[in-house]
Design a protein. Structure first.
Length: 256
């Protein structure tokens, strides 16, 4: 049996949720498992970024566990089961790949993406606005990217890159003005506009803003750790000038 372990895993999850199973697993709900779904997905992404295949295999298992647990809970509630999940996904993939499972001809990956969007729109007839379908739970930066891309698909786009820079700098000036006014709510609003303008600048240059920020976070963390290694006294005792010199020293080290 080709997928013997997968079928046995489904049975294991059902057993864990049964009256004879695990007390922790039995009391879980869709809502209680919500944080786990996010956490496991992020850990899988970390493994991808680290190019650690053994870790990725483990983390994909943890993601699969969440899928199976939610499916088992839904089955117990009479909503759906893992077979329904698999069938719906299979049917969707076949429908959205007519160039593979049908007679449609495509020139390249860009045309595949355009066809995918058209077929998706046909399926999601309940969506009336271009802004429909944006997750309320994903990170704000990811949402901003999606909102920006959806707007562009309708033709709502800056005429050139210079206009994007002008927008970005104007938002900074508006933030400065709000700060001079001492209006915290206005400052927050304008700072949000700065971030959204930065996301649009990234999109224009085909840069994933979420990935760019993740890399910046990782780079800062590595350099800060190197500063801690190089420091000759507690960092809390450093002046700004000493911090600046230590930071520049840390930057010179490879992989920092």
């Amino acid at each position: 049996m080709k997928y013997k372990n997968l079928e046995e895993l489904i049975e294991v999850i059902a057993k864990l949720r049964s009256p004879e199973g695990c007390p922790w697993d039995r009391v879980q709900t869709h809502e209680s498992l919500r944080p786990n779904m996010l956490e496991e997905a992020y850990e899988a992404v970390d493994a991808i970024d680290d190019k650690d295949m053994a870790h990725l295999r483990e983390e994909l298992g943890d993601v699969l566990l969440q899928v199976l647990l939610h499916s088992q809970i839904a089955c117990e509630n009479g909503d759906f089961d893992i077979e329904d999940v698999a069938k719906e996904l299979k049917d969707k993939l076949i429908h959205r790949h007519p160039h593979v499972f049908g007679t449609t001809k495509v020139a390249d990956a860009d045309e595949v993406k355009r066809n995918w969007d058209l077929l998706k729109a046909e399926e999601k007839t309940e969506r009336k606005s271009a802004m429909d379908g944006i997750s309320r739970s994903q990170a704000a930066l990811m949402s901003a990217q999606k909102i920006s891309k959806k707007a562009v698909k309708t033709g709502f786009e800056w005429p050139d890159e210079n206009s994007l820079y002008e927008c970005f700098y104007s938002e900074i000036e508006e933030f400065k003005q709000a700060k001079q006014e001492g209006d915290k709510l206005h400052m927050e609003e304008e700072f949000g506009d700065i971030l959204f303008a930065a996301v649009n600048l990234a999109r224009w240059n085909k840069i994933d803003a979420e990935q760019a920020l993740l890399k910046a976070n990782k780079k800062f963390e590595k350099r800060f750790r190197k500063m801690e290694e190089l420091s000759t006294k507690p960092l809390t005792e450093y002046s700004f000038e000493e911090f600046d010199a230590l930071w520049k020293q840390a930057k010179k080290h490879p992989h920092s």
